[in-house]
Design a binder for this molecule. Structure first.
Ligand code: SF4
Length: 366
């Protein structure tokens, strides 16, 4: 029987002790985050939801300016719902995972239209909103509405697998981890408990060299007792996916305008702006790629390639640059954007890399 299995049968007072120790630490050392209400302040579900969507796969530091900009521009969920989706996508550009920006907007519309501008105060209602998965529903439910839902992000996974010496590798161990958190959480302060676990993982129980001497959970921690903290969480070997290759065409008109298109709304980087290019495939043929050039112009193949890693595959792009005379009409289905609009356009990171490779700066200047 593993330590983790044993934990599921602990008596209630034994499960409560780690939560009490953790909350006592949190009351003194909680992080001050722009989206977090101060003790005694009412919690704004819109802020909680917005920050949770932004924080998926991204750091607190990266999110902070985006969060401030969104709140300044769209102070309520109804304001965000009323915004044109293109504006939301543009404001999101740089945070990655653009399907989340589309879902963010769809969710704001659903809350404004179907719930009178108020987020549902129960897990099933939250879970039914666009872009709200199990994690986000639990996080918003716990933090905004004090629902006793187990909130498990990467930080919490690390803390719990160490605490209970969970030998099962991720992602298979997720249901067990959720059950362990459900066992451990304090039903009288679920929101604080969730945030305390996140804070502990982010500041004390770090991936490398955790500060166990400062940790309020040290007396309860199996990994620390064994001295094997960094062996957890155990992970199944990663599948990296097959390399895909393709060509990108950076076409700049004499007045500095750039030829662009919009990706289909669904799928990878859906709805984002891109320069014209070929499909991305494992059997890409560079010579044949020239046939996909959007306009009949002299193409200059730039040395090197642009590399980018998506969740499921790595990508390598060959970049061609062409200069178009003034007055050139756009290729069918495409448009010119003025040099001054490039910085504000909803380009995904891979396209920003392509533009930089071709010597096109955010202001359109080389
Ligand atoms: S004692 Fe160390 S390994 Fe265990 S939860 Fe605390 S920081 Fe993490």
């Amino acid at each position: 029987m593993t330590r983790a299995t044993i934990a599921r049968t602990k008596p209630a007072q034994e499960s409560a002790a780690p939560a009490a120790a953790l909350l006592a630490w949190y009351d003194r050392h909680r992080r001050h985050l722009p989206w977090r209400a101060l003790p005694g302040e009412p919690v704004d579900p819109y802020r909680v939801w917005l920050s949770e969507i932004m924080l998926q796969q991204t750091t607190v530091k990266a999110v902070a300016p985006y969060f401030a900009a969104f709140l300044a521009r769209w102070p309520t969920v109804a304001d965000l719902a009323a915004a044109p989706v293109e504006e939301v996508m543009k404001a999101w550009a740089g945070l990655g995972y653009y399907s989340r920006a589309r879902n963010l907007h769809a969710c704001a519309i659903a809350v404004a239209r179907d719930h009178d501008g108020r987020f549902p105060a129960e897990i099933a209602g939250l879970r039914a909103l666009p872009g709200v998965g199990d994690y986000t529903a639990a996080a918003v439910g716990a933090i905004a509405f004090d629902l006793a839902a187990p909130v498990v992000d990467g930080n919490v996974e690390r803390v719990v697998t160490r605490l209970e010496a969970v030998d099962e590798p991720l992602p298979g161990a997720k249901p067990l981890i959720r059950a362990l958190v459900a066992d451990m959480l304090d039903p009288t302060r679920p929101g604080d408990f969730a945030q305390a676990m996140m804070d502990l993982g982010a500041t004390i129980c770090t991936p490398r060299r955790p500060a166990c001497a400062l940790c309020s959970l040290r007396p309860f921690c199996a990994a620390a007792a064994e001295g094997s903290q960094e062996a957890y969480p155990k992970k199944a070997p990663k599948k990296t996916g097959t390399l895909r290759r393709g060509a990108a065409f950076v076409v700049v008109r004499a007045d500095g305008a750039l030829l662009v298109g919009t990706r289909p709304p669904k799928g990878l980087l859906g709805g984002m702006t891109e320069v014209p290019g070929t499909a991305w495939s494992a059997d890409f043929d560079e010579a044949a790629a020239l046939a996909a050039a959007p306009l009949p112009l002299a193409l200059h193949r730039l040395p090197g390639t642009v590399g980018h890693v998506f969740t499921h595959f790595p990508l390598e792009l060959t970049v061609f640059r062409a200069d178009a005379p003034s007055g050139t009409p756009p290729a069918p289905g495409m448009r010119w954007i003025a040099a001054g609009e490039i910085a504000g356009e909803a380009f995904p990171t891979v396209m920003r890399k392509v533009l930089a490779h071709a010597g096109v700066g955010p202001d359109g200047r080389a």
